[in-house]
Design a binder for this molecule. Structure first.
Ligand code: HEM
Length: 599
């Protein structure tokens, strides 16, 4: 808005100055050009103001009619006003200030309406906040995310449209008895990424590598070891998850993959949203550096074993291509004729799924656990989160000291704290493509503990060809939902690790049980329906496994917080600037810690 005010003030100043100039100066070529330009800009500003007023009026009328119809007629969701055609709401929506769009929207737009529509780069998107409608959408297995997938692959990963079609096959007719390629991919994910025994294999490999990497760290007990938590954790987890999923060869061939990946990670969304080339040239060059390193890995492996990828149903892990799921993916790419560059870009996408979410989530969880252990945070007579969690981790050890993952991932306080991290720090825009006109009931959201939806009060009309967007932030922090069920819980914008427990662990009369029952349609960190994150089971085991290994191996002493530039600060790390939809948001600062081994 400040840019608009500045333009208006500048324009008025220019026009006022021109008004006082004598005719012979006005007719000189530079002043005549300035005169013409200011007229054009003035007209554009007047048109924009008129469009904004018109759109504001449309929105107000839409809001007035909303929820009042009793004839069951579905209405278009009220449009959020904008001033420039095509660009629409993009400037505000694509702000890198975390949650900017939603915070400013709910200053005037009633959340209870349950939906709105926005224009992004010439396309209309319907946005949902109503838990009833969200629940319907994320459970609807007929709704896909084809356009979002194409944007990820073509814009984000730089794969040609032709190769993207070969990979997904959305528009290619399928021969009798065959499945479209995207179904084959889903099957790979179900068979090798989601099944309990495969997730356990992956987790075991991840923990083994993590333990190897820390086995020789901080062994000199006489030295004073200091770390910045996220910097330290990031390398450890990146190496362990990349090797467990993609094999060890990839990091031998691409030793600076972590650095290149996290540069790409910061820019991925600006590529995904298709921002103009001149704005994203650095992002493109970072992506290409990472892709060309991954392409080298493919060439080295091919020189060694040719095009025959080891059988995914053979050994659980091997060094060249790693896990079963990766070998199955590589065989699928070979069959679909995906080029080496295309595969490398898709591998980068896979690393994005693995590393860009689980690592920051583990970091937030560790930060809160360690924060609670600081002597100045202790409350008399109250146990800390750290002490509860250490007890749960120790109770998940086998007799020989190894971790029993299936016990660990069922510990209620650990689960609650992890879900609270995902509630507060996941920022996803779950996208769906509307392929046929449909009406969607918004309903008044449920406030009952069972989460049962109440009677529908209004439906919205969704037209074929439009996009449907379900943002997690408004749902994950909706006070009507999160505070009405448990009014004694802190506000939803506060981290409260016991939010997903049926009773507080401080209450010694009842045993707390982990539950998400009351969160239907208001909590969906992994999306939902047929495209729900296939890495979710591994992600949970990876995060809790890493937390347990780190806390069982090391003792930490808090030194202080540092900001994004590494300077000491007295503030707990906030959110790093990012475009909306970055999934788990990264911290803008870090914890400085003293560390020593327990053994
Ligand atoms: C805390 C960690 C994670 C979060 C919050 C997360 C979140 C998400 C979300 C919201 C989606 C879109 C779902 C939808 O449209 O309904 C998604 C898709 C996906 N995720 Fe995750 N994810 C995480 C970890 C992982 C991991 C560890 C992997 C791989 C091992 C992974 C692989 C994928 C893949 C391949 C897709 C695309 C699925 C498709 O298009 O059908 N994710 N994830």
């Amino acid at each position: 808005m400040s840019t608009v005010y500045a333009s208006v003030v500048a324009l008025v100043a220019v026009r006022a100055t021109l008004a006082f100039l004598p005719a012979h100066i006005l007719s000189s070529p530079p002043i005549a050009v300035l005169n013409a330009l200011s007229t054009i800009v003035g007209c554009a500003l007047i048109l924009s103001a008129a469009l904004y007023l018109f759109n504001t009026l449309r929105c107000k009328i839409g809001l007035r009619n909303f929820g009042k119809r009793r004839d069951g007629k579905a209405l278009q969701p009220p449009p959020i006003p904008y001033a420039i055609p095509w660009i629409g709401n993009s400037p505000s929506f694509l702000s890198t200030k975390p949650h900017h769009f939603w915070s400013t929207l709910f200053e005037w737009y009633p959340r209870a309406v349950g939906a709105c529509s926005i224009v992004l780069g010439g396309r209309m998107a319907n946005v949902l906040f109503s838990p009833v409608a969200i629940q319907h959408v994320i459970q609807d297995r007929t709704l896909g995310r084809e356009e979002f997938n194409i944007d990820v692959v073509v814009n984000g990963l730089g794969i040609s449209k032709e190769e993207c079609e070969r990979f997904y096959g959305y528009n290619t007719p399928v021969k009798e008895g065959e499945h479209p390629p995207h179904h084959e991919q889903d099957k790979i994910n179900v068979d090798y990424l989601l099944k309990a025994e495969k997730v356990n294999e992956l987790t075991a490999e991840f923990i083994k590598i993590l333990k190897e990497r820390i086995s020789d760290q901080f062994t000199d007990r006489s030295a004073n070891h200091e770390i910045e938590l996220y910097k330290w954790l990031r390398t450890l987890m990146f190496d362990a998850s990349t090797i467990s999923l993609l094999g060890s060869k990839v990091l031998e061939v691409c030793p600076d993959l972590e650095h290149l990946f996290f540069q790409f990670d910061q820019d991925m969304l600006s590529l995904f949203f298709g921002l103009p080339g001149w704005l994203v040239s650095k992002a493109v060059s970072n992506r290409e550096k990472a892709v060309s390193q991954l392409a080298n890995w493919h060439k080295v492996v091919r020189d060694q074993i040719g095009t025959k990828v080891p059988d995914p149903n053979g050994m659980s892990w091997e060094p060249l291509y790693g896990s079963r799921v990766n070998r199955a993916r590589q065989i699928f790419y070979e069959k679909r004729g995906v080029s080496i560059r295309g595969r490398a870009a898709l591998d980068l996408g896979m690393i994005f799924g693995i590393s860009s979410n689980a690592i920051p989530a583990t970091n937030w969880l560790l930060m809160y656990v360690l924060e609670s252990a600081r002597p100045e945070r202790q409350k008399p007579g109250e146990r800390s989160l750290y002490s509860f969690i250490m007890d749960e981790i120790k109770a998940s050890q086998n007799e020989n000291g190894t971790l029993n993952i299936s016990i660990l991932i069922n510990q209620p306080i650990l689960l609650s704290a992890l879900h609270e991290v995902l509630r507060l720090y996941v920022d996803v825009l779950v996208g769906r493509t509307i392929t046929q006109d449909m009406a969607l009931a918004l309903g008044a959201h449920s406030t009952s503990k069972s989460g049962a939806p109440s009677e529908p009060t209004q439906s919205i009309q969704l037209n074929s060809g439009t996009l449907l967007m379900v943002p997690s932030y408004p749902a994950h922090t909706n006070p009507d939902v999160w505070q009405s069920v448990y009014p004694h819980h802190p506000q939803p914008d506060v981290f409260y690790p016991y939010r997903f427990l049926t009773s507080s662990p401080h209450d010694t009369t009842t045993k707390p049980v982990f539950s998400t029952a009351h969160t239907t349609g208001s909590y969906f960190p992994f999306g939902g329906g047929k495209t729900m994150c296939p890495g979710r089971n591994f992600a949970k085991q990876e995060i809790l496994g890493a937390l347990a290994v780190v806390l069982l191996t090391f003792e930490f002493e808090f030194i202080g917080y540092v900001d994004a530039k590494g300077n000491t600060t007295d503030k707990f790390p906030g959110l790093r600037d990012t475009l909306p939809g970055s999934a788990v948001m990264a911290a803008s600062g870090d914890f400085k810690l003293k560390v020593k081994r327990r053994d």
